[in-house]
Design a protein around this ligand. Structure first.
Ligand code: ZN
Length: 479
């Protein structure tokens, strides 16, 4: 259930402590928000969600903390960091004539750019930088419209004319990083390094690529260098996390399959590691075919003994799994993959797919709705409560579930999980998985989830909510 990017979406609440979970053994755990869901109590911490059986919990103490939540931004990476676009990118776009001619009236002027390309290919004086600048302007336009693949394509075309331009290489690398294509990004950065060995941007992005590839010591090295060249709060934060990982994983063993890089301490059972990899591979294939998407790089998975987990994630010892770009799973005492662990892996892995597929644009309700559905959950007995809320107009509009759930009360968050599942279940009952995938693709391109729902299902949130209520009534019965 854990979603560190949902925490990343709510950066402003970092440090705001709202609820205390009081355990029957007297231990008190302070979390940002605690909610009850079925037979579990779920607490949100800065490190992600934790879940524990209700039977362990004496009570939850709520305190109200008014904190402004920030809105999701596109800067959160699938590795869980917030990294702004490199500052050097616009250097080439200063030619105002090219800028105006390459993109106007809300579209790229392909004819104009083709003419510049032709002149550059024919070796006309000064033509190569102009052609490169035009593609750069086009790349910026595509980026602004959410067409990241098209933007990367434009960057590549610009590089044909200025193959050693550091801003272009860095821009292309940034695009590939946003697409979670870390190996390709690293190739561009290696080229950039030859021309600009002391560029802080190159070092910063190289660290990101290495981290994405689960090369933690290399990531630490790059980010340390970036900090020497130009101190940067984003890098400082990423470096701190990578160093924590590096310390913990120093004596870890590693296992690898085509889709996963698994690290585990010697204390974990080797048989368990192999078992988890096998389970993940099965889930991977199924989720890939359901969502029609294959993450481009292996996904990092780390098995912790509970003590390490507490140190690294700063979550309590009994916490559930966490997904912050890498799947972090406490396995103390386990010798094989239980049914429950398998479902946790499936749920968390779905978040990884969604995060990468939509490049961080999937809103919380759709993230949690799909992850729960793929995990195998259905609305079931929760339908009555959801319908009660809907009929009394006491529910939370989907538009409000697009942003941080942090401001919700405990009951509100339980409702949010259940209603999100209900909406996804309804879409899948009335339409199809292919339509759901189309919605994901459309929202990745446009950044608007309701717009994506409207373009695929030909209905807005109001109709979708009504349909969900109708579906719940007819499926789970309530008069
Ligand atoms: Zn979740």
């Amino acid at each position: 259930m854990s979603l560190v990017w949902s925490i990343a979406l709510c950066g402003a609440v970092a440090g705001a402590r709202a609820d205390t979970i009081v355990l029957k053994n007297g231990r008190r755990i302070v979390v940002e928000r605690a909610t009850e869901s079925g037979d579990k109590v779920i607490g949100e911490t800065q490190a992600g969600e934790i879940s524990l059986p209700k039977s362990m919990v004496e009570r939850i103490e709520h305190t109200t903390v008014a904190t402004p939540a920030t809105v999701a931004t596109d800067r959160t990476t699938s590795a869980g960091f917030v990294i702004a676009p490199p500052s050097t990118q616009t250097e080439l776009m200063l030619d105002p004539e090219v800028a105006h001619a390459a993109v106007h009236d809300g579209a790229i002027d392909k004819v104009y750019i083709a003419r510049l390309d032709g002149a550059a290919v024919n070796g006309a004086p000064g033509a190569a930088p102009r052609a490169a600048a035009a593609h750069c302007v086009a790349a910026e336009f595509e980026t602004q419209n959410g067409n990241l693949s098209a933007a990367v394509d434009q960057e590549r075309q610009a590089l044909r004319f200025l193959p050693n331009s550091v801003p272009l290489l860095v821009g292309a690398a940034y695009g590939h990083l946003k697409l979670s294509e870390y190996s390709t990004a690293l190739e561009y950065l290696t080229r950039a390094k030859r021309t600009a060995p002391d560029s802080p941007d190159v070092a910063k992005l190289s660290g990101w690529a290495e981290y994405g590839l689960n090369h933690i010591p290399e990531a630490v090295q790059e980010w340390k260098r970036a900090q020497q060249l130009r101190p940067d709060p984003e890098v400082a934060k990423a470096l701190e996390k990578a160093e924590r990982d590096a310390r913990a994983e120093n004596d870890f063993r590693q296992g690898q399959t085509s889709h996963f890089v698994l690290r585990y301490s010697g204390a974990a059972q080797p048989g368990l590691a192999a078992d988890i990899l096998g389970t993940l591979e099965i889930h991977f294939e199924q989720i890939a075919s359901l969502l029609d998407y294959t993450p481009p790089e292996p996904i990092g998975v780390i098995l912790y003994t509970n003590e390490q987990f507490e140190d690294i994630t700063r979550a309590p010892a009994w916490a559930g799994a966490i997904n912050d770009g890498r799947l972090r799973i406490p396995v103390q005492g386990l010798t094989s993959v239980t049914q429950q662990l398998s479902l946790v892996l499936r749920h968390e892995l779905t978040h990884s797919f969604l995060q990468q597929k939509t490049r961080g644009r999937c809103p919380p309700w759709l993230h949690e709705g799909i992850a729960q559905w793929i995990e195998g959950r259905r609305v079931g007995p929760a339908a009555a409560g959801l319908l009660g809320a809907f009929d009394h107009q006491a529910g939370i509009p989907l538009a409000d579930l697009e942003v941080s759930w942090m401001r919700l009360s405990g009951t509100g968050a339980s409702y949010a999980y259940a209603w999100s599942l209900a909406v996804v279940e309804t879409i899948l009952a009335n339409h199809s998985m292919a339509d759901l995938v189309r919605i994901l693709d459309a929202l990745t391109a446009s950044g608007s989830t309701e717009g994506a729902v409207r373009s695929v299902l030909h209905e807005g949130y109001t109709e979708l909510e009504q349909q969900t209520a109708d579906y719940l009534r007819s499926t789970y019965g309530r008069n």
